[in-house]
Design a protein around this ligand. Structure first.
Ligand code: SAM
Length: 248
């Protein structure tokens, strides 16, 4: 099919059967699974995954691609033409899988939205390599930052493999990588406060947290960790700060 490539929707289509197979292996679907696919495009992953599961629900913004996919429809494939950022994830059956070779310009908003409601089991995404590295970075690493803490507070992140530009058409300018997220339950008393503390701390990442977070830190925390910088704090430290925070 001749299809105009829409850059604004981050359209880089996977062409390499080997990479497609490797992604399917990471998803590791079973017959009872329900999968939500974000941005199916021309169906590189969709048509591999659909025969292996109970149902695949695909959300694609581009009406021309939706028309194309509808012509090749399988009985257990449901296609919605919609913006994934407007999609009601709470309408999904409890515990589904999420898969997507994500449009890179909206990777973070998609991931933040998914972390708001972790009614899913596992997510497997292709993202820009640099973003994959930031999401999975550990404390002490210079790329460990707000994204690392926010994602790792709600999910276990696994970096699977790097993907070069040549396996896409058109080729992106950057390397990509496949990651997976598995939700974890942590005791965060006030999610908004936690988010605000992480944002404030990394807003001035070279400063000691006794300065950036002074209005939040109770006395004993100030003593324990006040001289550290945000990149030295584990996710559990940020949760601790937020749960033991001063009444403001
Ligand atoms: N999955 C296909 C593949 O691997 O070849 C296409 C991946 S391409 C990187 C991203 C896809 O997401 C495109 O099909 C694009 O039209 C779609 N897309 C972009 N923004 C979207 C949005 N806000 N909601 C839903 N789909 C979107």
């Amino acid at each position: 099919m001749k299809h105009p490539i829409r850059k604004k929707w981050g359209q880089n289509f996977l062409q390499d059967p080997n990479i497609i197979r490797k992604i399917v292996d990471v998803v590791n679907p079973i017959e009872e699974d329900v999968i939500l696919e974000i941005g199916p495009g021309k169906g590189a992953l969709t048509f591999e995954l659909t025969p292996k599961v109970k149902q695949l629900i695909a959300v694609e913004i581009d009406p021309l691609l939706v028309e194309y996919l509808n012509k090749r429809k399988q009985s257990n494939l449901v296609i919605h033409q919609a913006d994934i950022l407007d999609f009601g994830f709470n309408q999904m059956e409890y515990k589904y899988l999420i898969v997507g070779n994500l449009p890179y310009n909206i990777t973070s908003p998609i991931i933040f939205k998914l972390l708001e409601n972790t009614n899913w089991n596992k997510a497997v995404f292709m993202v820009q390599n640099e973003v994959a590295e930031r999401m999975s970075a550990k404390p002490g690493n210079k790329i460990y930052g707000r994204l690392s803490v926010m994602v790792q507070a709600f999910a276990k992140v696994q970096y699977h493999f790097k993907v070069p530009p040549g396996v896409f058409f058109p080729q992106p300018d950057v390397n990509s990588a496949v990651i997976s997220l598995t939700p974890i339950r942590r005791n965060i008393d006030d999610r908004l406060l936690f988010t605000e503390i992480v944002r404030t701390a990394f807003g001035q990442r070279r400063k000691k947290i006794r300065n950036t977070l002074k209005s939040y830190l109770v006395e004993n925390k100030l003593e324990q960790i006040g001289d550290l910088r945000p990149e030295d704090l584990a996710v559990s430290d940020f949760i601790d700060i937020s749960n033991s925070c001063k009444e403001l």
